[in-house]
Design a protein around this ligand. Structure first.
Ligand SMILES: [Zn+2]
Length: 359
């Protein structure tokens, strides 16, 4: 069997310099400035036998990652978890315009640093850089054009929970047409968890983020390849497993984002709709049995498995107990070589526009 080259379609390398000063709460500024405080608190809780100690330890791991220095240091720490020829789609984050205070390095600087990383001797060929932009920012479309045309970025990351709908006029009128013209894909955060703009309610954030929010986009741009990340997210997987889906409620399937995404993909109505399993499958024990069934046996599973991408969501996953390497091996083992190759090698190549059609 031919060697397999993994493409991880979802990782992050942004650093503390790209996170607003007062995010997530002004009171945490002091903890962020002095990481030793979290460690001290974790130690106290451990001594007291408090169950929150483990959570804090993981938070500390996560914080360590974000404060590791530059994007290159963060990237080096994920790369060692994978075979040497693995490629990684790196997704920036544009958090300056969301009302949580200033960032040290703005999105242009974040893009430029990522571009240097992608072109560096050490990592050339391993980094596939994506742009990310808040469409309310002045010059949003020009920045996307700049990094695609001059720096050869390969797609766009969206994060609607920050406070914008996916059919925002700047996206619809300027950015999506440009992406279609250049045959580049979109990755959009699609789970109930994650960062929110300061003045965005949970309800509003969910309306911006939910799978149906992309229907107007897919109607207008049927050729645009869109990936809704996290296959609905851990919260909707938990509800699916614990509460089930009420068969008498006609709205129940659409209300669970995991079911909604599977229904939309397998309906055949949205041939360029994709999803990735990042973060969600790092709750490995809870979720792997479901994923395995969703991807094996029957026409529906076949249709879905042609549209699922392997991604991890490093370094968000540092909050979970299993390492990238551990999950990657378990996944390959549980799904089998053929399915794993499809989601980790073939599908990412199609989604990125490197090979045509439905292999
Ligand atoms: Zn992510």
């Amino acid at each position: 069997m031919a060697a397999l080259r993994i493409t991880n379609t979802h990782i992050h390398t942004f650093t503390a310099a790209h996170v607003p000063r007062y995010y997530p709460h002004p009171a945490l500024y002091v903890f962020k400035r002095v990481p030793g405080l979290v460690r001290g608190l974790a130690w106290l809780l451990r001594v007291a036998g408090h169950p929150a100690a483990e959570t804090l330890e993981r938070l500390l791991q996560f914080q360590k990652e974000a404060y590791r220095g530059g994007q290159a240091e963060i990237f080096a720490s994920v790369r060692r978890q994978y075979p040497p020829d693995t490629r990684f789609v790196v997704l920036p984050m544009d958090m300056a315009p969301i009302g949580h205070g200033p960032v040290e390095a703005d999105i242009e600087a974040q893009h430029d640093e990522l571009s240097r990383l992608a072109r560096s001797d050490a990592f050339r060929g391993s980094v596939i850089p994506f742009a990310s932009i808040h469409p309310d920012r002045p010059g949003a479309a020009a920045e996307v054009r700049r990094v695609v045309e001059r720096l050869h970025f390969r797609g766009l990351k969206l994060y609607p929970r920050l406070g914008f709908p996916p059919d925002h006029p700047v996206l619809m009128n300027e950015i999506y047409p440009f992406l279609v013209e250049h045959d580049l894909p979109v990755m959009s955060h699609c789970s109930r968890g994650g960062v929110r703009g300061r003045d965005v309610s949970v309800h509003a954030a969910d309306r911006f983020t939910e799978p149906a929010a992309f229907i107007p986009v897919m109607r207008k741009f049927p050729d645009l390849r869109i990936c809704l990340a996290h296959l609905g997210g851990v919260e909707d997987w938990r509800r699916y497993a614990e509460d089930g889906i009420d068969p008498d409620d006609p709205a129940a399937r659409a209300a669970n984002w995991q079911v909604a995404i599977r229904d939309m993909i397998t309906s055949g109505d949205w041939p360029n709709l994709w999803t990735d399993i990042s973060y969600t499958l790092f709750r490995f024990e809870e979720n792997i049995a479901f994923l395995r069934l969703f991807l094996s046996g029957g026409a529906r599973a076949e249709a879905l498995s042609r549209r699922v991408l392997f991604g991890s969501d490093f370094y968000m996953t540092r909050q979970e107990a299993l390492s990238e390497r551990a999950v990657c091996f378990r996944l390959r083992n549980a799904l089998g070589e053929e399915t794993f190759r499809r989601i980790a090698e073939t599908n990412p190549e199609i989604w990125l526009g490197e090979r045509g059609g439905d292999a």
